[in-house]
Design a protein around this ligand. Structure first.
Ligand SMILES: NC(=O)c1ccc[n+]([C@@H]2O[C@H](COP(=O)([O-])OP(=O)(O)OC[C@H]3O[C@@H](n4cnc5c(N)ncnc54)[C@H](O)[C@@H]3O)[C@@H](O)[C@H]2O)c1
Length: 325
């Protein structure tokens, strides 16, 4: 028996685009919505304050992909020149359970997280959305913007803010090169970043005692907030003032809330799971003035459908290293 090992470089070399990832992630949500996935809430261990190592298993029927992502997030890593998010992903054969691939998960995590923001936008965005606000100009912000470029035909301006101005400058330089038609602006503070923003993506470190910079009244009527950072960026009153509160996995959201650390001040009523929207079980946006909040915690279904895409492409291209099991 053999496994295929795919390093981050192998995966990046496959040339998979954001549009393809959005398609499979959307499809994964649709299957989740109609009950064709098995995905228990992710357990984790916590070796340092604010840090996590999570186990994220999922089986997606019809696509026939099963596996586990073992991913860590250490907010202090960047200070010592190491990435915040690192980890591995294992794929198992659904028939026999035998592992057949092991791969780096940083690219997969970043791409599927961005793609989930794209899926939120697909179902929840207002028609005229042309201005995107970004809080926290790191890895997930980059892939989220790439996904929003795919999903917002009218996107023309990006306003971004990072605690470290150098990080937003680098973001503007890189993303501006990738999308020269976009007007990229560095905001002086979170308030300025929010002005006129139709869609706001927040991707700052998740901490246990956050001081959220975004307050009630800052998200404009008709706006969409996509949180990738739990409840670090938005106050409880800001989340509660939204007309619809959606999550990529309501079950996981509520079980995390029950642990008593995060999500203490989210609204009582959760309108829908992204899976419900993708499967057409509930309507997404219903009016131009609705304020909508999408809490995208990141789910293993997104990882597995993206990993399958990676594995299939790697087979075609002969990428990776074969190792004995
Ligand atoms: N929901 C998901 O699916 C998912 C997946 C991966 C990561 N994440 C989360 O997304 C967040 C960002 O991850 P990343 O990989 O992009 O990290 P990153 O380190 O690449 O980027 C984070 C950025 O936020 C900036 N920042 C820190 N505090 C800030 C503040 N108060 N205001 C503005 N900017 C601030 C940092 O300077 C940095 O540029 C983390 O919370 C991570 O856990 C979520």
């Amino acid at each position: 028996m053999e496994i295929l090992y795919l390093s981050r470089q192998d995966i990046e070399g496959l040339g998979i685009g954001m549009r393809e990832v959005i398609e499979v992630v959307d499809q994964g949500f649709r299957l989740k919505g109609i009950g064709k996935t098995e995905m228990p809430p992710k357990p984790g261990i916590h070796t340092r304050p604010h840090a996590f190592i999570h186990a994220m298993p999922a089986y997606v029927k019809e696509m026939e992909v099963a596996g586990l992502k073992w991913v860590s997030g250490y907010p202090s890593n960047p200070e010592i020149g190491l990435p915040y998010i690192t980890g591995l992903l294992v794929l198992n054969a659904p028939d026999t359970g035998i592992p057949f691939a092991v791969m780096d998960c940083a690219w997969i995590t970043a791409m599927r997280t961005g793609a989930s923001a794209g899926v939120s936008a697909k179902y929840l965005v207002g028609k005229e959305s042309g201005v995107v606000g970004i809080l926290g100009c790191g890895v997930q912000a980059r892939t989220s913007l790439r996904a929003l470029v795919e999903t917002l035909p009218g996107l023309s301006r990006v306003q971004c803010y990072d605690l470290f101005p150098e990080a937003s400058r680098r973001f503007i330089e890189e993303m501006g090169r990738m999308f020269p038609v976009l007007q990229m602006e560095q905001s002086r503070n979170p308030d300025e970043m929010m002005e006129d923003a139709d869609v706001v993506v927040t991707a700052i470190p998740i901490v246990t005692e956050p001081k959220p910079p975004l307050r009630a009244g800052m998200l404009k009527k008709g706006g969409l907030a996509i949180s990738l950072d739990y409840d670090s960026a938005w106050t409880g009153s800001a989340m509660r003032e939204c007309d619809k509160f959606v999550s990529d996995d309501v079950h996981q959201l509520l079980s995390t809330k029950e642990e008593g650390i995060y999500f203490g001040s989210i609204p009582e009523h959760i309108y829908a799971d992204l899976g419900d929207l993708a499967a057409g079980l509930k309507p997404g946006r219903e009016g131009p003035m609705e304020r909508i909040f999408s809490m995208n915690m990141g789910i293993a279904v997104d990882d597995m459908v993206t990993a399958r895409l990676v594995y299939e492409r790697a087979k075609v291209k002969g990428a990776g290293t074969r190792l004995p099991l």
